[in-house]
Every structure is written in structure tokens, then in C-alpha cells.
Design a protein around this ligand. Structure first.
Ligand code: 4NP
Length: 171
């Protein structure tokens, strides 16, 4: 290991949706992939995780439709398993990204005093987002099949913008 490796700052990212089987796993998978491709040579380590505000799917793999959409873009998220977000996450992560407004409200309600995580809607990272907009990643779970492709495309652009910002900030 290089003598400088441990001095590299680590940025910890948590992506949160309702079930942790559709939107937040693809956000985690894409951020993880972009971080591996782009942050390796930069002076920063990026750690990624995802969680759900609900507990119905704890321990489950991502939804088969989300996995298939990801595979169609050569992205593998089959290793991810759903878990529920906890108050301790607000101490562990630097940034917590909510996929929609209800996720954001639920997270705000559970944030412990004195925690440092910056909490925001994930799509606020997109350059076209204006002040006062509250852009959401739509929940594809009960919708049509093409909803998964739409989620993929939105999340892919947002993950790219997020990694851009982190690399810019780290010099
Ligand atoms: P996600 O989608 O929040 O993007 O993982 C959902 C998954 C499951 C349910 C709702 C949304 N559900 O009601 O079980």
C-alpha cells in the first residue's frame, strides 16, 4: 500500500428510497461504478451504500426488473441486499440522498441531534435543477416496465454529476 493511501480523505455516500430494491440500489451501483472508474487516480476515496425507509424487503436482492435494466447497460447490482436506514447512518455517512420527497421527510424525522450527514434530494445534483425545485426519482415498483429505464437514465445522469462534484471539490 502506498504510504499516502491512508491519508486520502473518504467521502461516504448513502442512497435512500422506500424499499431499497429499485431506486437506491441502482443509485448505489452506478455511483460505485463511476467512483471505481474515476476516483481511483484522484485524491479521494468514495464509499457507497443504500438503504430503505421501509422494512418489507430487508435482505432481498434488487428487484429483478431493476437488475435486468442494469444488466442491459452492463451494470451488475446482483450483490446488493436491502437494509433499513438507521439513525446511526446520519453519523456514518457524509451525504444522504433521498430519491423522493416522502423519503426526504421520513429521513428528516429520524435524523439524530448532532449528526453531520448532509441530507438532500438526489436529483438536486443535476445541473438543470433550479432553486426551489424538488425533483424526484419516480417510484417504478407498481408502474410499467419502461419506468425502470427512465429511473436508470435519471439516476445515471445524477450519479455522474455527483461524482463530478466530489472530484472537483477534492481538487
Ligand atoms: P424502491 O421501490 O423504493 O425504489 O425500492 C419500491 C419497492 C417496494 C415497494 C415500494 C417501492 N413496496 O411497496 O414493497
Amino acid at each position: 500500500m502506498s504510504p499516502h493511501a491512508s491519508a486520502r480523505p473518504t467521502v461516504r455516500l448513502l442512497f435512500v428510497c422506500l424499499g431499497n430494491i429499485c431506486r437506491s440500489p441502482i443509485a448505489e451501483g452506478l455511483a460505485r461504478e463511476k467512483a471505481a472508474e474515476r476516483a481511483a487516480g484522484a485524491g479521494v476515496r468514495i464509499e457507497t451504500d443504500s438503504a430503505g425507509t421501509g422494512s418489507w424487503h430487508v435482505g432481498h436482492s434488487p428487484d429483478q426488473r431493476m437488475q435486468a435494466t442494469a444488466r442491459g447497460h452492463d451494470v451488475d447490482i446482483s450483490d446488493l441486499r436491502a437494509r433499513r436506514v438507521t439513525p446511526a447512518d446520519f453519523h456514518r455517512f457524509d451525504y444522504i440522498f433521498a430519491m423522493d420527497g416522502q423519503n426526504l421527510k421520513d429521513l428528516q424525522a429520524m435524523r439524530p441531534d448532532g449528526s453531520h450527514a448532509k441530507l438532500s434530494l438526489f436529483l438536486e445534483v443535476l445541473p438543470e435543477t433550479k432553486r426551489g425545485d424538488a425533483p424526484e426519482v419516480p417510484d417504478p415498483y407498481y408502474g410499467e416496465e419502461d419506468g425502470f429505464e427512465q429511473v436508470y437514465s435519471l439516476v445515471d445522469r445524477a450519479a455522474e454529476a455527483l461524482i463530478d462534484n466530489i472530484l472537483k471539490d477534492s481538487g
